[in-house]
Design a protein around this ligand. Structure first.
Ligand SMILES: C[S@@+](CC[C@H](N)C(=O)[O-])C[C@H]1O[C@@H](n2cnc3c(N)ncnc32)[C@H](O)[C@@H]1O
Length: 257
């Protein structure tokens, strides 16, 4: 796997928010995770939950609102490399648990604790050691535990913008995609389920809005990539002054054993 997947979400925070506000991705992801995670709650006792790449906690807030679990039963731990986002997440998620929320910039050196839920929602694209990270996260699952990971594959329209953008400078996509997660889990010999979860992106068709999605996708790499061939990639989705894209992400489920 010849990748250079690190991506700093700090400088593109506003563009990421624009994407999130104009896509049904988070809603559909949360509904699918909720269906799978609801049975994890025991009649009594705690659910230990690791949120890997939680950003400011907006997505997990949405998911925990759907799950509606008693705060006395939830133990949350957070991993998020952007300091400001991690601090916001601790504050935002406090109401879902009666316990303090440990939060760190990355996984610890020492062996991970055991978790009943490991959530990684659209994070594995950017993880430097995908195979090693998946090995550690899947090994951390309790016997009744469930890992849920969302990540788009090469059939996703935004991943195709990555492919075109990096192709313009003679590179393959430096980030991981669903195909890499599938291959890594197979390499690890970990049984998994995979499903496609559709969603829609829709926004007023202005050059600035097209640019917001492009900046969210290509971030610091935009200094090297010409903009005009990227801007026209939205043309097939333009209609009546709006951009409307129907696409999908993949969801992976790994169960503890
Ligand atoms: C697309 S956002 C997804 C955020 C959140 N999970 C959601 O669904 O809204 C990707 C997140 O992964 C974080 N991230 C990037 N590299 C990471 C890494 N190596 N380990 C953990 N998180 C990482 C980013 O800072 C960012 O918050």
């Amino acid at each position: 796997m010849n990748k250079d997947p690190a991506k700093d979400f700090g400088p593109i925070a506003d563009d990421y928010v624009f994407f999130m506000n104009h896509a049904t991705e988070a809603l559909h992801d949360a509904q699918a995770h909720c269906r799978c995670l609801a049975p994890v709650l025991p009649a009594a006792g705690a659910v230990r939950w690791l949120d890997f790449g939680c950003s400011e906690g907006n997505f997990t807030t949405r998911l925990l609102e759907l799950l509606d679990w008693p705060p006395q039963q939830l133990r949350l731990s957070l991993i998020e490399p952007v300091d400001a986002r991690r601090r916001e997440a601790v504050v935002q998620l406090a109401r879902f648990t009666t316990e303090p929320i440990p939060a760190a910039a990355g996984l610890p050196e020492e062996p991970l604790d055991e978790y009943d839920v490991v959530l990684s929602n659209h994070v594995f694209y950017y993880v430097p050691e995908l195979l090693g990270t998946l090995r550690r996260l899947t090994a951390a699952l309790s016997a009744q535990g469930v890992l849920r990971a969302a990540i788009a594959g090469r059939d996703n329209v935004l991943i195709q913008i990555w492919a075109t953008g990096f192709g313009l400078i003679g590179r393959d996509i430096p980030y991981y995609t669903a195909e890499d997660v599938q291959a890594a889990l197979a390499d690890l010999g970990v049984p998994f389920e995979q499903e496609s979860v559709p969603y829609r992106i829709a926004f007023p068709d202005t050059e600035e809005n097209r640019l917001r999605i492009i900046r969210f996708l290509l971030a610091n790499h935009l200094t090297e990539i010409p903009l005009p061939p990227l801007l026209v990639l939205f043309d097939p989705y333009a209609s009546g002054g709006a951009i409307e894209i129907e696409t999908a992400s993949d969801h992976f489920t790994v169960r503890g054993s």
